[in-house]
Design a protein around this ligand. Structure first.
Ligand code: PLP
Length: 510
């Protein structure tokens, strides 16, 4: 199987004068309705590739075959939940009734608003919270929105000194980043050797300047934070609010609820937990939920079902969905320079439709199975590979887990300058047709290799992956050079990661 396309750039395929279209004769040649100002006209020829249609079709079709996606192979990218995106979701999303202009008045968009409202309500039930907004575009955007809710809450009470937020050292990088964008100062709390938050280290950090604490559960190591009730009690006692990073809510679905654990605000990634496609930057969706009493701080507009007198004459159903804007807290927020809007219109609506289709296809009774199977799959891989890879935290994991590189007997001793690194293992995996796991994250270990299989993979796929991972460990022992020079079978060989980040070239110059 060789799908690799080592083709040229479309500019290199260009032949001067070659066209892929023919236009009818211009009957108005010589007539001009509008004289363009010379300053508006192009001074030099536009540099576009000149190709025939077949060349263009082949070029882009072959390029697309170089892509790796969840539709082409196993993608165990920890923290990213690369579960299968059912094709039914795509079909539902393309129903003509959903193809609305964003300025369509609410009374002509009742079906779409009803769908939005049902997703809001379903998420509220899954999370054990009072109300959700689906407006934020991504997980990080949800974090920012949620932190704005927390700030607005404190400010509305005249409690303006709460400018610090506690974030565990194992947190996803977006947590401190969002907090900084929200104007909060980050206070880091350390983890214990078992990977969970150190409650004793938390206690001295609490005080009247603490706006709240962000927690991820299961945390970035795939571990359930068992101390949450105690942590929530301590943070609430000092006047702070609890924020739940639910980007990866997968293992919790239908099993336990952030609201019941004492969290006040949270976000969920529809593009991870609810199977909507992602990668390459989006589009995503990061709905934010709040407990009772915080609803008025959610961003505008909100979708509400309200009795509508104008529909009374139509019969029994007198309710209609409306776009509602909170007015009371605006002054507070504007006073702090924060807009009550976080997105245009109602967020990435196409993604919300796909998530709704996923929820309905699973059905309430099957949602808990998704989480349980994702946990089973992760533990199956972990237990099958612990004979070859270092398992720094030896306990039952949730939907993902972290290895700390190869075992020493397979060349993984990081004190040895010649040791086989996690990067080498990740690159070699590409030769076997698998996407690499997340590497060097979280930062708690030298050689982190973070694996998340998700529930949608069959046992056969997991077994293939386990066999390849063991084979790579054997190769590391017998022929480390093979790993050091991997990948061997990809369109480009090993990249200079630093150069790729520091000197990226996105345009073609002759
Ligand atoms: C993915 C992820 C995020 C960020 O989500 P984006 O949609 O990529 O912004 C935040 N927290 C955790 C734990 C995540 O896994």
């Amino acid at each position: 199987m060789n799908r690799t396309y080592y083709g040229k750039l479309i500019f290199e395929l260009s032949k001067q004068g070659r066209v892929g279209y023919s236009l009818p004769k211009n009957e108005f040649e010589g007539y001009s309705l509008v004289e363009l100002d010379a300053t508006l006209s192009r001074q030099t020829e536009l540099s576009l590739p000149e190709c025939d249609e077949l060349t263009v079709v082949r070029h882009y079709t072959n390029m697309s075959n170089n892509n790796f996606g969840v539709d082409t192979g196993f993608y165990p990218l920890g923290s990213c939940t690369m579960k299968y995106n059912p094709k039914l979701n795509e079909e539902v999303c393309q129903l003509p009734g959903f193809n609305l202009h964003p300025m369509t008045p609410a009374k002509y968009a009742q079906g779409s608003l009803k769908l939005y409202d049902e997703v809001q309500k379903t998420l509220a039930e899954i999370a054990g919270l009072s109300r959700f907004t689906l407006n934020p575009y991504a997980g990080a955007h949800g974090e920012l929105t949620g932190l704005m809710v927390i700030r607005s809450y404190h400010i509305s009470r005249g409690d303006t000194l709460r400018t610090k937020i506690i974030v565990p050292d194992s947190a996803h990088g977006t947590n401190p980043a969002s907090a900084a964008v929200c104007g909060l100062q980050i206070v880091e709390v350390k983890s214990l050797a078992d990977g969970t938050v150190d409650v004793e280290a938390l206690k001295p950090l609490l005080g009247p300047d603490i706006a709240g604490m962000m927690m991820t559960n299961p945390n970035t190591l795939g571990l359930f934070e068992k101390q949450i009730p105690e942590i929530a009690r301590l943070v609430h006692e000092c006047g702070g609010l609890m924020y739940y990073d639910g980007a990866n809510l997968n293992p919790m679905l239908g099993v336990c609820r952030p609201g019941d654990m004492g969290f006040d605000v949270m976000h969920i990634n529809l593009h991870k937990t609810f199977s909507t496609p992602h990668g390459g930057g989006g589009p995503g969706s990061g709905p934010v939920g709040v407990r009772k009493g915080l609803e008025q701080f959610l961003p505008n507009p909100q979708v509400r079902l309200t009795p509508n007198p104008s529909l009374v004459e139509r019969g029994a159903d007198t309710s209609a969905y409306e776009l509602h804007c909170e007015t009371t807290p605006l002054s507070t927020r504007e006073g702090q320079g924060v807009s009550p809007y976080v997105s245009f219109f109602l967020g990435n609506f196409g993604i919300i439709i796909r998530a709704y289709a996923y929820l309905l296809s699973l059905g309430k009774e099957n949602i808990p199975m998704a989480g349980k199977l994702s946990v089973l799959n992760a533990n199956y891989i972990k237990e099958s590979l612990r004979s070859h890879y270092k398992l720094p935290i030896d306990t039952v994991c949730k939907h993902e887990f972290v290895f700390d590189g190869l075992l020493e007997e397979y060349g993984g001793d990081h004190h040895d300058p010649e040791h086989v690194t996690t990067l080498d293992v990740a690159k070699r995996l590409l030769d076997y047709g698998f996407h690499a796991p997340t590497i060097y994250f979280p930062l708690l270990f030298h050689e982190a290799l973070m694996i998340e299989p998700t529930e949608t993979e069959s046992k056969e796929t997991l077994d293939d992956f386990i066999a390849v991972m063991k084979r790579i460990a054997e190769e590391a022992k017998t022929n480390p050079q093979l790993l050091k020079t991997a990948p061997h079978d990809t369109p480009v060989r090993r990249m200079d990661d630093v150069k790729a980040v520091k000197e990226p070239h996105f345009t073609y110059y002759k």
